[in-house]
Write a protein that binds this ligand. Structure first.
Ligand code: BMP
Length: 218
């Protein structure tokens, strides 16, 4: 239906009511929902699990807890997130040593973070090539690469195996134009505040999807 993944970080009012309203309305436009610590801390992990259960048939649920621990702990975290109903998880790659932890993960996608969207992430940027190489060795579902640094998205696309997905945050609130990451080789764009903070969240999502369609149609 689109290439739009909604980042559900910032909520107003009762978090369960807010999330319910958005997810019930946006299903025709949004393919996936990314949930991380902000929502879990607001509504409790049980509340998050209820959302996953209620809307899991309409959306791909991506757990974004940016796992970055010793491999045994990452393995346990992935098993628990999978058990909670999430379809995939975002994992930091810089701790490395993840081969064995990931080899046991079945039926749950793993996305490795290879760069971040904010300007100050210099240390990660310096190791971008290493992280890409590591990501491609791991045999995972894909990577997260920033729409705000389109050159990196293009390099990721050129370097990674063809079947790797590239998820790109940084569209909207962080300045990248909707569709711009797709143009540089991303598979999906992750968009949060420009939709969730809009009074007209449906219209905001529609505008993102329209821009994406123009790029895909090019
Ligand atoms: P927003 O569109 O509101 O800026 O949200 C972007 C989302 O993508 C947030 O959930 C953030 O955690 C995530 N993200 C990011 O912005 N940059 C990255 O490099 C990696 C991310 O996961």
């Amino acid at each position: 239906k689109s290439r739009l993944i909604l980042a559900l970080d910032f909520v107003s009012g009762d978090p369960a009511v807010f999330a319910d309203r958005l997810l019930a309305a946006l299903e025709p436009l949004v393919v996936g929902v990314k949930v991380g610590l902000p929502l879990a801390l607001r509504m409790g992990f049980r509340g998050v699990c209820e959302l996953v259960e209620r809307y899991g048939s309409g959306y791909y649920f991506l757990a974004d807890f940016k796992l970055a621990d010793i491999p045994d702990v990452v393995r346990e975290e992935l098993a628990l997130l999978s058990e909670a109903g999430f379809d995939g998880s975002i994992v930091h790659l810089f701790p490395m040593g993840l081969e064995e932890a990931l080899s046991g993960v079945r039926g749950h996608d793993v996305f490795g973070l290879v760069a971040m969207s904010h300007a100050g992430s210099r240390l990660l940027d310096e190791h971008f090539e290493d992280l890409l190489r590591y990501a491609s060795r791991l045999g995972i579902r894909g990577v997260v690469a920033p729409a705000t640094k389109p050159g990196l998205v293009a390099r990721a696309r050129a370097f990674l195996p063809e079947d790797y997905l590239i998820l790109s945050p940084g569209v909207g609130a962080q300045g990248a134009e909707p569709g711009s990451a797709l143009r540089h080789g991303a598979t999906f764009e992750i968009v949060g505040r420009s939709i969730t903070a809009s009074e007209d969240y449906y219209g905001a999502a529609e505008r993102v999807v329209e821009s994406q369609r123009r790029v895909i149609g090019e």
